[in-house]
Structure formats: C-alpha cells, structure tokens
Design a protein around this ligand. Structure first.
Ligand code: PRX
Length: 656
C-alpha cells in the first residue's frame, strides 16, 4: 500500500469503540476523571480492590525522598500468595493457570491448585539450598513452567530474582550475576531452539568460572529439559528432579513490606554497563494487575490470554507472570519460535487453546506480514477479541494487517508504551473506551501523567512539534532505583529536565487530535526487534577484540526488526583485514560477548570515524551511511573529508 492509499484507508475506517465491547470492558471513561481528581486515592483504590494485603497500608505515597518513591507504606503482602493461593482459596483451584506448549509439541496443563503445589515445592527447595528473604537468585531459563514456578517461589520467600534472557552469553551472564551477587542460579541443561537442543547450563558454568573473580554463586539448580550432556560439580550442582520433586507441596508464604525488592532486571543504558533496574512489591503488583485488567481487558473467568514475550524481558515479568496470575487468568505459555515446525505454529496454538487476547511485538507482526496472509488464514482465529502490541511503535500498515488478519477486522488493538523502568503499561488506549489511532499509543492511562517538553524543558501541546517524553507524577510500578547505584538512577532519569520530570529517553509528538506518537530513542539506545541494546555496550564488545582499535555502532532502520545494529570499525595497525572473514569474526565476537541478539547486521571496516573537534563521534552521519542516505551536514566535523573516505573505502559484510 502506498502512503496515500494507506492514509485514505485509515481515514475511512471507523475506529470508535464497539458498544458491545464497551459494555463488557474493564476500563471505563470515568476512570480518567477519577484518577485526575484524586491521583493517590485512585491508586489506593486499585491497590485495595485488586490486591490482598496481609496488613493494610497507612500511606499511599511517600515522595518525601524524591526521586526515591515509597508506595503503600506500612502495607505487607506476599506476591505468590496473590498470584496463586488466593485463587485456590476462592474456589478457583481447578481453573487452568497455564496451558504450556513445548516447542516439540509436548504439553502440560497447570491449574491454580497445581501451581500452588509446584511453587510451594520450589520454595521449599530454594530454602533447602540456603536461600532466605533478601538473597538474590539468578534465573537463566527458557520458556517452560519451571521458570514461572521459580520466579513465584522467589517471590514467596522474598528473595529477589534476576532473570537473565536465555539469549545472553556467558559473559553477559557473569556481569549480571556478579552485580546482583546472586547466591543461587536456576537453569536448565539446554533449551529447544528450532527443533534442536542448545546448551544453557554450559554458559552458567563459564559465567561462574570467570577469570580470577570469586563467584558469589553457591548452588546451581538444573532442570532437565533437553537431555543435553552437562558438566557436573557435585558440591554445587543439583538436579531439579532430585531436589524439588520430593519436597513438601505446602509452604507458608511470608508477607513482606510493600517496598521489599521483588526483582532486578538488567537493561541497556547509554554506557557499556547494564543497569540493574529494581522493582518492589506492592506498587509493582498493583499496577501489573490493574493494567492487565483495564488495558488487556482480561476477564479471568472467560478469556484465554497469550503474551508471546520471553520471560527474560520485562514484558514477560509483568504480563506473563505477575499481572495475569494476580488476576487469576488462564494463559498460554509457548516455548519455541514462531516458525517451528512451520510458519503457522502460533495460529494453530490460537485455534487449539481458543486464545481470545494476544499481546505481541510489532517485529513479529511484520514478520508474519512477510510470510503471507494465507498462513494465519489456515487456522480458525474466531476466538480472538483483543490484540495488543509492545516494544516499539507499530506502524499503521502492520496495525491494519494485525487487525484484519488476526483480529477478524474488529478486535481493538492496544499499542502500549512502557519500559523496563516503568514496570507496567503507561501510555495506551483503553479498549472499549478510546477511539483508536493506528500508529499512536495515544494517551496516558488513568493514573498516569505524561507531557512532552521542548529543548528548554518547557511543556507544549502544539501538534507535530517534536519533543521529549517525560512522566510528571510518580506511579506505583516505577523503578525504585538502579541496583547498587542510586546516583546513576538520579543522573539517568531525573537530571535532564530537573527533579520534577522523569525523562524516559524517548522522542514524542502530539497529533492534531492530541494523541501522543512515540518517535524512538533520543539517546544511544537501540531497539532491535523490541529488545533494548546499547551502542556503548556493543562498541566495548568490539574493542575488546584484539584486532579492533576503535568502533562506533548505530541503529539503522530495518523493515522487519525496527532497527538493526550497524558497526563501523577501525582495525589496529598490526591487524590484517581479511575482508568477509574479519567481518564474520567480529560479528561472532559480539555474539559471544553479549549474545546473538546483539550481533551486528553489518560490520563496516573503515579507516576513519567522523568526529567533532572535541572528539565526539557523530553517529548521525554514520546512520546516514548505514541507511543508504545522502550524508547530512558535515560542517561540525574536525575533518570534513572523512565521510567521503568512509563511503569510498569501506569493506562491508552483512548478516547471514
Ligand atoms: O523506546 C521505547 C520503546 O522501548 C523502550 C523500552 O524498552 P524496554 O525497557 O526494553 O521495554 C520494552 C517493553 C516494555 C521505550 O523507551 N517502546 C516500548 N513500547 C513502545 C515503544 N516505543 C513506541 N511504542 C511503544 N508501544
């Protein structure tokens, strides 16, 4: 579709809410007014109505030590009790919590009563390994039920978990384990990837035996998933089936303070060192449950919900584990890739489990568009009534494809903007309430306040003017800091526009209707397939290679993945440029240092990098080259001929 026909098509569509949907929707128009009239009162009500407290809180928000927030002060609760036990106590023990589908087709149906037993056994097992309230547990696992059991078992004990995405390398795992000083690691022998087992525990072994450093890890608990051969340390390693299966299936959930840390999740920032974003208990759970109810519109008694994110990212935390389970929802958990054994796998699962709510990423939608409409058309998708998108802007064309081919031409789509740091959804339409606008995340949800600022930090509302997105009021699921680095927390989020505004790092604008459009990162953070990567982290991985003298990385526009990693590299004087071989070696090196997700799409070997007189690399110009555009203004370069040299002389290798 051309841009013109796309916009006239959009113009003709009626995207106002369907009254039948509105009638049953959990979100209401009145919520906006309620929250605007009494911000804290609104959140206190969400906390009391949606969450079971062991001790009620006596203060909703303590912002006296801003930007360090305390929500629901004085309250105590247990997250696992809220996500599991209370549903069993309410008589819903037979309701399915998880329909698990392994990549190879093996399945498991886990009811809330089953979940209570499994989580209790896992909690007893972790305690037998010495894990106590406050200890950190690293989780390096694929998308299997034991991962959910482990996270909830940690929450049950009050031991913060740090889940590390299974696609990260041993090196990345080492840094994260060391930073959080994790005492126990839970992992699997391997994971299924496109029909083949890939080792996982081996990376844990390498992360623990890393250089001279003494590892904080005392025990490694290993689920057997793929029968992959593993090296074994008898004094440290324990099989899950040996330890967990025999544990008592009851366990007392200990209430913790509302501000007790629930988890740490590492994310990329603008420096080479990942940030341990940490979230606490009461506020996080309240917002996860509230947003899953009003934005995804989950009705636990009738819906089958499926969030396709990996549990290693924040979306998996908030919208596979904590939000839906706090609400007592039934959901699908799928281990594998969308094209195993064929490209229609997801749609077969939607038909099989009668999925009614699907939450996924634009990059996946664009991939399905490429694969063709006939593939989803082979399955009966009539159960779908609600769709969601997260991770990056969803372009109108993908939005329309999603609605037509997956949503039966009528399912509302919620484009949800949020971040690891925000813990839960912040800007999104409310289905059944909002008239939708494809491509825009639209408005802050009730209880959330955002503005767009100009370069001088002044808010504006003019249409089409580009500025910086900020959040103007504390919110319950906000990060409480960066693990071990309160200064970096203040500096990163609360200094660019003074202590009043949380700076999200995203560019944004309003349209004529007052809808917010997110325009991507304004810092050196890239978004590849909805995954956050830092240019600095990849640059430091590249310069750690003996042949590399200097490296500059940019995120270049990519039709499928949103952005792709493009690296410009200067080799050391004594290094030999073997063309394609060198390029492949450097790509492989990044995959080894960080993980396959960070592998550059392109590595270009150059003689010079464009720098300002003060020595700052001008990434904007490199982006022009990577995106095959006319190179922009070069007048601030120390040597303006550099760009010509780069364009003429580069050896470029591209992805496999
Ligand atoms: O740039 C925004 C983009 O993803 C960033 C947050 O990345 P991460 O912490 O990894 O969390 C991703 C899942 C919540 C944001 O700063 N982003 C996320 N959702 C959207 C988005 N950009 C535009 N529209 C969205 N819906």
């Amino acid at each position: 579709m051309t841009d013109d026909s796309l916009s006239s098509h959009l113009h003709e569509m009626d995207l106002s809410p369907d009254p039948a949907f509105t009638e049953q929707a959990n979100g209401t128009a009145a919520m906006y007014d309620e929250a605007a009239a009494d911000h804290e009162g609104f959140w206190a009500r969400q906390a009391r109505e949606r969450i079971s407290w062991a001790t009620d809180f006596d203060q909703t928000l303590d912002w006296s030590e801003a930007p360090f927030a305390k929500w629901f002060v004085g309250g105590t609760l247990n997250v696992a009790y809220n996500c599991v036990d209370r549903h069993v106590e309410a008589g819903n023990g037979d309701r399915v919590a998880i329909h698990f589908e392994g990549e190879g087709g093996d399945t498991r149906t886990i009811t809330y009563a089953d979940l209570q037993r499994e989580v209790s056994k896992a909690a007893n097992a972790l305690e037998s390994l010495g894990v106590a309230t406050g200890d950190r547990v690293a989780v390096y696992m694929p998308m299997i039920p034991e991962t959910v059991f482990t996270m909830l078992a940690c929450a049950r004990i009050g031991a913060p978990h740090s889940v590390i995405f299974g696609g990260f390398s041993a090196e990345a795992l080492h840094t994260r384990i060391a930073d959080a000083e994790a005492k126990v690691v839970v992992t699997t022998d391997g994971q299924w990837r496109r029909g083949k087992p890939a080792p996982l525990k081996a990376a844990v072994d390498a992360a623990i035996h890393h250089g001279e450093d003494e590892s904080p890890v005392e025990k490694v608990l290993v689920v057997k998933r793929t029968d992959t051969e593993v090296e074994w340390d008898d004094s440290r390693d324990v099989w899950w089936h040996d330890l967990v299966d025999g544990q008592p299936d009851t366990h007392e959930a200990v209430p913790v303070d509302s501000e007790h840390p629930l988890f740490i999740l590492y994310t990329s920032g603008t420096t080479g060192k990942p940030k341990g974003i940490f979230h606490t208990t009461g506020g996080y759970l309240t917002q996860a449950a509230y947003t899953n109810a009003v934005v995804h519109d989950v009705h636990p008694e009738s819906d089958v919900y499926w969030c396709t994110a990996d549990v290693g990212w924040v979306t998996g935390h908030s919208y596979i584990v904590y939000g839906p389970l706090a609400n007592g929802a039934t959901q699908v958990l799928y281990e594998g890739t969308p094209d195993t054994p064929h490209q229609g796998r997801w749609w077969e699962l939607v038909e099989k489990y009668k999925v009614s709510i699907l939450y996924t990423a634009p990059t996946a939608i664009r991939t399905f568009m490429k694969w063709g409409d006939d593939i989803p058309a082979k399955s009966d998708l009539s159960s779908v009534r609600m769709l969601g998108s997260v991770g990056e802007p969803i372009n109108p064309e993908a939005w329309l494809w999603y609605r037509k081919n997956i949503g039966g031409g009528k399912a509302p789509i919620v484009d949800t903007w949020w971040q690891t740091e925000t813990g839960g959804i912040m800007i999104s339409p409310l289905p059944g309430v909002t008239t939708l606008e494809p491509g825009s995340a639209q408005k802050p949800i009730p209880g959330i306040s955002a503005e767009i600022l100009d370069d001088d930090g002044n808010p504006f509302t003019e249409a089409e003017k580009v500025g910086y997105l900020v959040l103007t009021k504390p919110w319950p699921a906000m990060l409480r800091g960066i693990w071990g680095d309160p200064e970096r927390y203040k500096e990163t989020y609360w200094s660019r526009f003074g202590p009043k505004y949380y700076f999200a790092g995203d560019g944004a604008k309003y349209d004529e209707k007052g809808n917010i459009w997110l325009l991507g990162r304004v810092d050196d953070v890239m978004n590849v397939s909805g995954h956050r990567l830092s240019t600095a982290e990849i640059e430091s991985a590249l310069v750690s290679h003996p042949s590399v003298a200097e490296a500059a990385v940019v995120g270049a526009a990519d039709e499928t993945t949103g952005q792709a990693v493009c690296a410009f590299v200067i080799l050391r004087g004594d290094a030999v440029d073997n063309g394609e071989e060198t390029v492949q070696e450097l790509r492989g090196h990044v995959a080894k240092e960080i993980g396959p997700i960070a592998k550059p799409r392109q590595v270009m070997i150059v003689q010079e990098l464009p720098k300002t007189r003060s020595g700052k690399i001008m990434r904007r110009l490199l982006k022009d080259v990577a995106e095959n555009r006319e190179v922009g203004d070069v007048t601030t370069l120390a040597d303006s001929s550099v760009m010509n040299l780069i364009k003429e002389g580069m050896t470029s290798g591209s992805s496999d």
